[in-house]
Design a protein. Structure first.
Length: 423
């Protein structure tokens, strides 16, 4: 789960319950000792929590066993989720965070009355929240009327994490997102592919901040790069935003999968690197890869995310952070590339009873997943994906990507037939 999510849960028991349930949902079976180690608490606390969790979630879950092994399963995933969400309604930090972002001005005493807390309790909650903001976003809360203060990119990153990355949302956050105007404007085919979901999310946040009178800063000396990036966004979608906002939105919305192709990385470098910083590239894949991510980091420095250090000490820290960011980008790229290379678009063309078809599908999926393939179903194939067709009926012509099974195949036959898959 998102680390921000746990930071926003103030009540320790609720936080413990969520973490415990996350572990049980993931592993399904865990001992009391395992849970106590993971949660850094005693087994007696685990026993007490398990008893209360059973009572609270009631018929929505099945939680069997004892200290030697707890087994978790759903009876009603919908009811289970509703009960978890009800726990979040009792957590004040979600509402407090939303109101700070919205620009609500209230004194500590007014917040005490709004949240129905004692002054001491509100003080503890506020200190916890300020620590979260300072440590993870370089933001803080200032003045008597509790105003969020920090760089505009940092505020927007916090907003994005708050509204779009949590595993579960209390009603106050759901209602906030639903209150925004829907944004379903289709993108035009352009040179660069944009992720429609991230484009919509970042556009909504940008519009909200612009309406509040808070725009990204215009940086002098970078007008040419800004113009090139803004034009690239204009090719895909028309928005009434200033150029600096368009540049950030383009970079934040880029579809990463297009850059699995090193040639696209080269194109990006050549189009968006400043002329005096454009690297000389050979055909070496690793060299192109590094130069591409360095270009992305440089552009993010200019138009959105990475802060510019002011002194020597900060410069050293900034260089360390930049190196970490580069390493993380490369790891993410390698992970996506490996997953892409092991992806199969799986299509079933089966005959027979529904039970037979489901059994064949289950056997095929299990065998391919054991072999390390990432399976994709119910999508249209593209020139960059590999399709595998599984059939137990007649097919008009033989193709290399078709696995033909008998009408009622045995498991051994399915395994033997799938051994030919070694792409």
């Amino acid at each position: 789960m998102s680390q921000l999510f746990y930071h926003l849960i103030y009540h320790e028991k609720t936080k413990r319950w969520f973490f415990m349930l996350e572990q049980l949902e993931e592993s399904q079976t865990l001992t009391g000792k395992d849970l106590a180690t993971k949660l850094s608490c005693t087994q007696r606390t685990i026993q007490s929590d398990i008893k209360q969790i059973k009572k609270y979630f009631d018929a929505s879950i099945l939680l069997l066993g004892g200290e030697d092994g707890y087994h978790f399963s759903f009876r009603s995933a919908t009811a289970f989720t509703r009960k978890k969400q009800a726990l979040l309604e009792q957590e004040p930090l979600f509402f407090y965070a939303d109101q700070l972002v919205a620009g609500t001005r209230k004194t500590n005493q007014e917040w005490v009355e709004t949240l129905n807390l004692s002054l001491a309790s509100f003080g503890r909650i506020k200190r916890q929240f300020v620590h979260l903001l300072e440590e993870h976003y370089q933001l803080t809360i200032v003045k008597k009327d509790n105003q969020l203060q920090g760089s505009e990119p940092a505020i927007r990153q916090f907003m994005y994490d708050l509204y779009f990355t949590l595993p579960l949302y209390p009603n106050v956050l759901k209602q906030r997102v639903e209150s925004w105007d829907s944004f379903d404007q289709p993108t035009r085919p352009g040179q660069w592919s944009l992720d429609p979901i991230r484009l919509s999310q970042w556009r909504q946040l940008a519009q909200w901040r612009i309406d509040q009178g808070q725009c990204l800063q215009v940086k002098k000396g970078q007008e040419k790069e800004q113009e090139r990036i803004a034009i690239a966004l204009d090719e895909a979608i028309t928005l009434p935003f200033p150029a600096q906002e368009k540049s950030a939105l383009f970079l934040l919305s880029l579809n990463e999968e297009q850059f699995l192709n090193p040639l696209r990385q080269k194109e990006f470098i050549q189009q968006f690197s400043s002329e005096d910083e454009q690297p000389y590239l050979t055909n070496g894949f690793e060299e192109v890869n590094i130069a591409f991510f360095e270009t992305v980091i440089a552009l993010m420095h200019q138009f959105f995310q990475l802060s510019v250090s002011q002194n020597k000490e900060d410069m050293t820290e900034g260089q360390i952070e930049e190196k970490k960011f580069l390493d993380q980008l490369i790891k993410n790229y390698d992970r996506t590339k490996d997953r892409f290379e092991r992806s199969l678009v799986l299509t079933f063309q089966l005959t027979g009873s529904l039970a037979l078809q489901e059994w064949i599908k289950k056997s095929v999926r299990h065998y391919l997943q054991v072999k390390g393939y990432h399976l994709i179903e119910d999508i249209e194939t593209t020139p960059f994906t590999r399709q595998l067709i599984i059939t137990n009926g007649r097919i008009s012509q033989e193709r290399s990507n078709v696995v033909c099974l008998s009408g009622i195949p045995e498991e051994k036959e399915i395994k033997e037939a799938l051994k030919m898959i070694d792409w």
